[in-house]
Ligand binder design. Structure first.
Ligand code: SF4
Ligand code: SF4
Length: 366
């Protein structure tokens, strides 16, 4: 005890409610009576928790029940990725989350139903951002999913806040500015610095995770854990370490550490519970490269190109709407990516529901 930051790690077996309550109890966090609390899962797209993509509805249900039992006033909401801009209820519905929210008696909040609230601040790369109005009227309970990510190596607590609190198409501002790994780290942490004071606790779904080509087309990995911390950076550091990724090598984690937005090293974090041993997540193709590993930083150094697979493309147009730099055109048989315009943000890869976009393996990366 006595350390400023703590992260709890608990086994998530059948009794998810027990696990959620324990994870919070072990870090000494309890809801306050009469307080409005907004539970924010990761609802990036209409793929389920079992597919390793979105937050487990059982965790959200358990949280809502615990909040109500303690006299707090729960609501649940998120802004999905660009593919489902303005269609959050569809994602909630298809993943089973909407039913859980309704049954547990929480209010379902649509982040995109009100205009974003413009916040002015002094960031390194941006000086204003439009954020979802509801995050300012309740205390935020962040419920991220632990996964790999083709552009940012990993996604966890910080990324769920930095991207998921920007309603709809506003997310493309981050992609348009974050054109390199270093710039993406800076702009994400700019946004995180604004949201950080609004968060009361973070509970990570590491029950069914994803490695390889995350955040939506990778391999499902059963980890069976729930982790919690009042600090999102501390939670990211410990959970990334847990799956064999050196936290400092993740550019936005390093950026947050260097800006003092949480612990500056894993040594400042007390772990309450047992971390599983020998868990090693496979990284996305975009990140793996002997050269970058030697340089000590996981960045998509060779930035593999993306292309469409015409035989799988349904010409749905989702990728075209999602591309922040308008690098995709619809052709007669399929969508087509203009490589010279592409900034390798992998958003199209992330949003295509038909797995019709591939990241081309480079010669260096394996
Ligand atoms: S590549 Fe995927 S998202 Fe783009 S049009 Fe084809 S099916 Fe739709
Ligand atoms: S084509 Fe795909 S990877 Fe390239 S900029 Fe557009 S969304 Fe990003």
């Amino acid at each position: 005890m006595g350390m400023k930051y703590s992260v709890s790690v608990v086994e998530a077996n059948d009794d998810i409610k027990r696990a959620v309550a324990d994870s919070l109890g072990l870090i000494g966090w309890f809801p306050s009576r009469g307080e409005k609390m907004l539970v924010k899962p990761n609802m990036i797209t209409a793929k389920t928790s079992e597919q390793g993509v979105t937050t487990d509805p059982r965790i959200v249900k358990a949280l809502v029940e615990l909040l109500k039992e303690n006299g707090a006033i729960p609501s649940v909401g998120d802004s999905p990725g660009s593919a489902y801009s303005g269609r959050a209820s569809e994602v909630f519905e298809k993943t089973g989350m909407l039913q859980v929210v309704r049954e547990s008696g929480a209010e379902f909040v649509q982040f995109e139903s009100v205009p974003p609230k413009l916040v002015a601040f002094e960031g390194k790369l941006i000086d204003s951002i439009g954020l979802a109005g509801p995050i300012f009227t309740s205390k935020l309970i962040n419920v991220p999913k632990l996964k790999t990510h083709a552009q940012t190596v990993m996604t966890g607590a910080i990324k769920n806040l930095a991207f998921g609190c920007i309603p709809g198409a506003g997310k493309s501002k981050l992609h348009a500015i974050g054109t390199s790994s270093d710039r993406m780290a800076k702009v994400m942490i700019d946004v995180y610095s604004v949201i950080r004071p609004l968060v009361t606790v973070n509970i990570m779904d590491a029950v069914i995770c994803m490695d390889g080509n995350g955040p939506s087309a990778g391999r499902v990995r059963k980890v069976g854990k729930i982790l919690a911390s009042t600090d999102a950076l501390a939670l990211d550091i410990i959970s990334f370490k847990m799956v064999g990724v050196t936290p400092r090598n993740v550019p936005y984690v390093r950026e947050a550490m260097e800006r003092g937005l949480g612990p500056s090293s894993p040594d400042e974090i007390e772990i309450v519970g047992e971390l599983p041993k020998n868990l090693k997540f496979k990284l996305p193709w975009t990140i793996i490269s002997a050269l970058t590993l030697r340089a000590g930083s996981l960045v998509p150094s060779i930035s593999p190109t993306v292309s469409t697979i015409p035989s799988k493309c349904t010409r749905c147009g989702t990728c075209i709407k999602a591309c922040p730099v308008f690098a995709i055109d619809m052709e007669k048989l399929s969508a087509k990516i203009n490589t010279s315009q592409c900034i390798r943000c992998y958003v199209c890869y992330e949003v295509c529901e038909y797995d019709a976009i591939k990241v081309n393996r480079s010669l260096l990366g394996r």
